[in-house]
Design a protein around this ligand. Structure first.
Ligand code: MTE
Length: 319
């Protein structure tokens, strides 16, 4: 069973060395500025790098696939098509606006109903927990998806270290609140800071992952540097970015999207093609880089590993 989610290793020769890609990036930037086409393109929604190779600035490359045989998305797409409302609601502007965001020093406070509460520096987490690679599908609630080669460690390893007490039933996560660096946090429309939650048994599932890197590189701000959650069987909004606090609690915690529209964004948010979003179908999705839509898989294709967590529940009610 485990082979279904175990990552497919990216071999080092498949990844362009960082120096080479950085210099190629600079070259491509210069080339784009020199060509007048850049001015026109700025007025239209930017196609993704996959759709328009001219848009690609290159980056580390990989020929790895997920366990279903689908190739990983390009580094350019993964780092230039983002949801991160603390910066902007415009997916193609997040990368620019997040540039220079302070990711060091960084601490993650882990506490609440635990025997060993502890505040970890990001460097402690990197040392304490061997970093492994996981190639996961990310399915956004907006019906687009990507395949992403993450690096990081199982959330369960961190939770085991702090020893949840028997009263702990849920895990609550919180993103940094830093409006001076994150202009979106000045918007009074959203109940900042972004918060998310999992049931404790979901959090202990081997698939739940804390990602510190991407494509063999440290995480970049637009993808949630320095550390973010990845819950591959749930809609992407559960995968909270730039975490500063993890708290074990006894009651189901509030979550940002559920606070805003509970009829549209449930607490569980398991990827489910049989339950539509009130405003659009969830039966299919657009894989970034592909032209035709593909069918959405129950639990985003991870049912074998996680379906048992929901035995006896009606997932059209607990959506
Ligand atoms: N975390 C925070 N703090 N703020 C956000 O706006 N967006 C979520 C999730 N985590 C979001 C967040 C949504 S809707 C998605 S689809 C994923 O991040 C996108 O992750 P990516 O940009 O790394 O692909």
């Amino acid at each position: 069973m485990t082979h279904l989610y175990k990552s497919v290793p990216i071999r080092s020769y498949e990844i362009t060395p960082r120096d080479a890609y950085l210099s190629r990036r600079d070259f491509m930037k210069a080339a784009t500025i020199a060509g007048g086409a850049a001015l026109l393109a700025a007025c239209a929604p930017a196609p993704t790098a996959e759709e328009n190779p001219q848009n690609a600035e290159s980056g580390p490359t990989s020929s790895a696939t997920d366990e279903l045989g689908d190739p990983v998305n390009s580094y350019e797409d993964i780092t230039n098509y983002n949801n991160y409302y603390e910066f902007t609601v415009n997916k193609q502007q997040v990368a620019d606006m997040a540039q220079g965001f302070t990711v060091s020093p960084w601490t993650v406070e882990v506490g609440g109903l635990v025997n060993n509460p502890k505040t970890f520096g990001i460097e402690d987490l990197l040392k304490l927990f061997p970093q492994e690679e996981r190639i996961y599908r990310l399915r956004c609630v907006e019906a687009w998806s990507m395949v992403i080669p993450w690096e990081g460690f199982a959330l369960a390893s961190l939770l085991e270290m702090v020893e949840p007490t028997s009263d702990a039933k849920y895990v609550r996560f919180e993103t940094v609140h830093r409006p001076e660096e994150m202009p979106g946090q000045k918007s009074p429309f959203y109940p900042w800071p972004y918060q998310e939650g999992l049931r404790l048994d979901e959090a202990m599932n081997e698939l739940a992952f804390l990602a510190t890197g991407l494509y063999g590189e440290p995480n970049v701000p637009q993808n949630g540097a320095p550390i973010r959650l990845v819950v591959p069987w749930k809609y992407g909004f559960k995968s909270i970015k730039s975490i500063v606090k993890i708290e074990l609690v006894s009651e189901m915690p509030a979550t940002l999207w559920n606070d805003i529209a509970s009829n549209e964004y449930g607490f569980y948010a398991n990827v489910n093609p049989a339950v539509d979003h009130p405003r659009w179908s969830q039966a299919s999705e657009r894989r970034i880089g592909e032209l035709s839509r593909r069918a959405t898989l129950p639990f985003n294709g991870y049912g074998e590993q996680v379906a048992a967590l929901y035995d006896g529940m009606d997932l059209s009610v607990d959506y």
